[in-house]
Design a protein around this ligand. Structure first.
Ligand code: SF4
Ligand code: F3S
Length: 377
């Protein structure tokens, strides 16, 4: 990668990272986004040029501030630092030092002076029932504020599950009519980055793409960036060999749980949730820090119709059926805890039965678990 046009001394000073770390970071983001190596150069130039920082208006609706908290707790190299350097955060309802009319005036000025150029980030759901009276900021409803800020935005980011599709507020019976930004702003250019909390790296990659190319990255049918949400958690989960071999934890703290076996029977929704948690993990601290990595079933926080909709104890629909090639083969009977290689393959194949797949899976996996128990007894 050649980067002779970039003033690295300035970048190093601003970001507090070395040139090498900075270029490695850009190359890593480009690779995560599925872009060629040349994109890393374009991204490095975009980050290095302070004039390309888009003004950002950041609104909060019904939520717990989890997405902002998640962003501020990212570490090494500090994503928070990179993000806040990459954008000009002109208005953020929880981070602004000022308050009242002073900051509201700044918001209005930013919108008026940057029509068609600013990025609107929405965190939290928007209640639409009774003309939106259930969430007001500065005397205006979130519904009104959202429409007002969206009118001249270059692009809109719905950050977190609440903003993407309503989140926990939208769970039945949804008394306030909590709704996601894409549904409120139909016809607008909205990208959803769901998660509870969402991974700040997914926000950074999306914004970096926008700053570099002046448009949003390719999106899936739910408006999510394909580079981050095209794979099921179950496809990349490090516990997947246990699923394929029929080894399950059945209670928190039981032997299977202590041994790191699959959490499917504890209600893991990884088989029907699209997100990149297994590969990105959280907060760059290492040590497998993501829900399944620390022993808790995925509850589908980023998937509309799963998180906050399906009870945690219910079994997941299994969308993928055959083990991917990259996982190790099942070695032998002892290694699989009493399940023969053929038996394990059959159990896996049963999961793939097209009709009534999840029922068959549950049945076969129960049998498989019986084999494990028998052997151990
Ligand atoms: Fe991992 Fe959950 Fe799939 Fe088991 S069911 S392999 S714990 S994602
Ligand atoms: Fe959420 Fe599941 Fe990832 S609960 S953070 S989508 S592992």
């Amino acid at each position: 990668m050649t980067a002779h046009r970039i003033d690295f001394s300035e970048v190093e000073k601003r970001l507090g990272v070395s040139r090498r770390t900075f270029l490695k970071f850009c190359a890593g983001v480009a690779a995560s986004l599925g872009l060629p190596a040349s994109a890393a150069q374009a991204m490095a130039e975009a980050v290095a040029d302070p004039k390309r920082r888009p003004p950002v208006i950041w609104l909060h609706g019904q939520e717990c501030t989890g997405p902002s908290e998640s962003l501020l707790r990212s570490e090494q190299p500090s994503l928070e630092h990179l993000i806040l350097d990459l954008i000009s955060l002109d208005y953020h309802q929880t981070l602004d030092a000022g308050a009242g009319h002073f900051v509201e005036d700044i918001k209005k000025k930013t919108m008026a002076e940057n029509k068609g150029k600013y990025l609107l980030v929405i965190e939290g759901a928007i209640p639409v029932k009774d003309d939106g009276i259930y969430c007001k900021i500065g005397g205006e409803t979130m519904l009104h504020i959202t429409h007002e800020a969206a009118e001249h935005a270059a692009a809109i980011v719905a950050f977190g599950s609440c903003a993407a599709w309503g989140g926990v507020q939208a769970a039945e019976p949804n008394p306030t009519g909590a709704t996601g930004a894409p549904q409120v702003l139909k016809g607008k250019n909205v990208v959803s980055i769901p998660g509870c909390p969402p991974n700040p790296a997914n926000f950074l990659g999306t914004v970096l793409y926008f700053v570099t190319y002046g448009k949003l990255p390719p999106l899936d049918d739910k408006g999510r960036p394909k580079w981050a949400y095209s794979r099921l958690i179950h496809e990349n989960c490090y516990r997947r060999p246990h699923f394929d071999a029929g080894r399950f934890a059945t209670e928190f703290g039981d032997e299977g749980h202590r041994k790191g076996w699959c959490l499917y029977k504890l209600g893991c929704k990884g088989p029907e949730t699209y997100n990149n948690c297994p590969s990105l993990e959280f907060n760059n601290v290492g040590g497998n820090v993501w829900p399944v990595g620390v022993g808790h079933p995925c509850f589908g926080c980023s998937e509309d119709g799963v998180g906050f909709s399906k009870p945690l104890f219910s079994l997941s629909d299994v969308k993928t059926h055959t083990p991917p090639n990259m996982f190790p083969d099942i070695a032998d009977r002892q290694e699989t805890g009493g399940l023969s290689a053929t038996g394990a393959a059959l159990a896996g194949a049963a999961v793939g039965t097209a009709v009534g797949a999840s029922l068959m899976a549950a049945k076969k996996l129960k049998e498989a678990e019986g084999s494990v128990t028998d052997q151990e007894e």
